[in-house]
Design a protein around this ligand. Structure first.
Ligand SMILES: Nc1ncnc2c1ncn2[C@@H]1O[C@H](COP(=O)(O)OP(=O)(O)O)[C@@H](O)[C@H]1O
Ligand SMILES: O=P(O)(O)OC[C@H]1O[C@](O)(COP(=O)(O)O)[C@@H](O)[C@@H]1O
Length: 311
C-alpha cells in the first residue's frame, strides 16, 4: 500500500480551447475537465491505474474540499484528509492550439498552527499500513517550511520508504531528513543550487551532489521529452522515451513519482524502475487528462524506452 501526501490540494481545471488564445479578448472554453489535483492527487490516480492500493491524505477545506473528496470517491481512491477552515484552491491549465499549455496556480488558503498540529498528530496512524509514502508539491500558507522535514522523519521512524517531490525551501529542508528518493526537474535544481544549468553534464553533477552530500539513495531528475536521469548505488542511468505526439504534459512529473512509488513497493531493480516510470510518465503526456494514462499506451511505449548506463 502507498500513501500520497498533498498538503496544498486543488481542484485542477483543464480548459480545452479550440481556438488559439488571444490575450485581452473574451475566449470561450470548448470543454472543461475538473480533477482532484495538487501534485499528490495526480500521483494517487496514477498509482491506482498501475493497479496498486493507495490512500490519499493531506488537507482539504470548504466546498471545494468536499467536491475534491467526491471526485476521489468517483475514481475509487481511498482518502483520509485533515479538514481545515480555509477553502481548497483551484489551479487552471489552459490548453490551446497556439501556446500548448498555460497554467495558473492559486497559492492556496491559510492553515492555522492548530490545524497543522492536528494533522501532525494524526499522521503516524494514517500511514501505518503503507510501505511507501509520497510527498508532493507546495504547502499552504501558514505551515512551517520544515513541514516535509518533520513528515519524512515520522515516515522513516516507521521504517517506510519516502519519495519527496517539491521545490525551494521545502526541498532544501526536506533533504535534511534524507528521503529515499527525490525527483526534481531542471528548474527545481536551479532553485536549489542558485544556478543556471547549461548542459546535461551539469545536471549530472548536481544530481551526484544530492546523492553524495545529502545521502539520498535514489536521485531522479526529470528532463521532459528527454526522459529522466537516475543516480543510485548501481550507477548513473538515463531513460529515454520514444518521440511521441503529446496532448497534455501537466502531471507528467507526478506520473513519474507515482510509477517510482509502485516500483519501490514492488522492489524493482533500478533500471527496470526507470524504464517503467518513463513509460508511465510519457503515457500521461499522450492523454489529454491530468495525471491519467491509458495502460495500453504505457505497454507500447515501454518497448521503445532506451536505458543508457552513463557511469
Ligand atoms: N514531450 C514529452 N515527450 C515524451 N515524454 C515526456 C514529455 N514530457 C514529459 N514526458 C515524460 O514525463 C516525465 C516527467 O516530465 P517533466 O516534464 O520533466 O516533469 P515535471 O512535470 O516534474 O517538470 C519525463 O521523464 C518523460 O518520461
Ligand atoms: O502544489 P504546487 O507545487 O503548487 O503544484 C500544483 C499543481 O501542479 C500540477 O500538479 C502540475 O504539476 P506537474 O505538471 O509539474 O506535474 C497541477 O496538477 C497542480 O494543481
Amino acid at each position: 500500500m502507498i500513501t500520497t501526501v498533498t498538503l496544498n490540494a486543488s481542484i485542477d481545471k483543464a480548459y480545452h480551447m479550440t481556438e488559439k488564445i488571444e490575450n485581452g479578448t473574451v475566449m470561450r472554453v470548448a470543454k472543461t475537465d475538473n480533477s482532484a489535483g495538487g501534485k499528490g492527487l495526480n500521483v494517487a490516480r496514477v498509482i491506482k491505474l498501475c493497479g496498486v492500493d493507495s490512500k490519499a491524505t493531506g488537507l482539504v477545506g470548504g466546498f471545494n474540499g468536499q467536491y475534491l473528496e467526491s471526485l476521489l470517491d468517483a475514481d475509487g481512491i481511498n482518502h483520509e484528509f485533515g479538514h481545515i477552515q480555509g477553502e481548497t484552491r483551484s489551479c487552471i491549465n489552459i490548453l490551446d492550439p497556439g501556446y500548448g499549455s498555460t497554467e495558473y496556480l492559486e497559492g492556496g488558503c491559510n492553515v492555522t498552527k492548530e490545524e497543522e498540529a492536528d494533522f501532525l498528530n494524526k499522521f503516524p496512524e494514517i500511514i501505518k499500513d503503507s510501505d511507501v509514502v509520497t510527498i508532493s508539491g507546495s504547502a499552504p500558507k501558514g505551515m512551517g517550511k520544515d513541514i516535509y522535514q518533520k513528515l519524512i522523519k515520522v515516515i522513516k521512524d516507521q521504517g517506510k520508504q519516502v519519495i519527496l517531490d517539491t521545490s525551494g525551501e521545502y526541498l532544501e529542508k526536506g533533504l535534511e531528513s534524507q528521503p529515499t528518493m527525490v525527483k526534481p526537474n531542471e528548474d527545481e535544481i536551479e532553485l536549489l543550487f542558485h544556478t543556471k544549468i547549461q548542459s546535461k553534464d551539469e545536471v549530472i553533477t548536481y544530481a551526484k551532489r544530492i546523492y553524495k552530500e545529502k545521502e539520498i539513495p535514489y536521485v531522479v531528475i526529470s528532463l521532459g521529452g528527454d526522459g529522466a536521469l537516475l543516480v543510485c548505488e548501481k550507477g548513473i542511468y538515463q531513460g529515454k522515451p520514444p518521440k511521441i505526439e503529446i496532448a497534455n504534459t501537466v502531471g507528467c512529473g507526478d506520473s513519474m513519482v507515482g510509477a517510482f512509488a509502485v516500483a519501490l513497493e514492488k522492489k524493482m531493480e533500478p533500471e527496470a524502475a526507470l524504464k517503467y516510470a518513463v513509460s508511465v510518465a510519457s503515457a500521461n503526456a499522450l492523454s489529454p487528462h491530468t495525471g491519467r494514462f491509458d495502460p495500453k499506451d504505457r505497454d507500447e511505449i515501454i518497448k521503445n524506452v532506451e536505458i543508457i548506463k552513463l557511469a
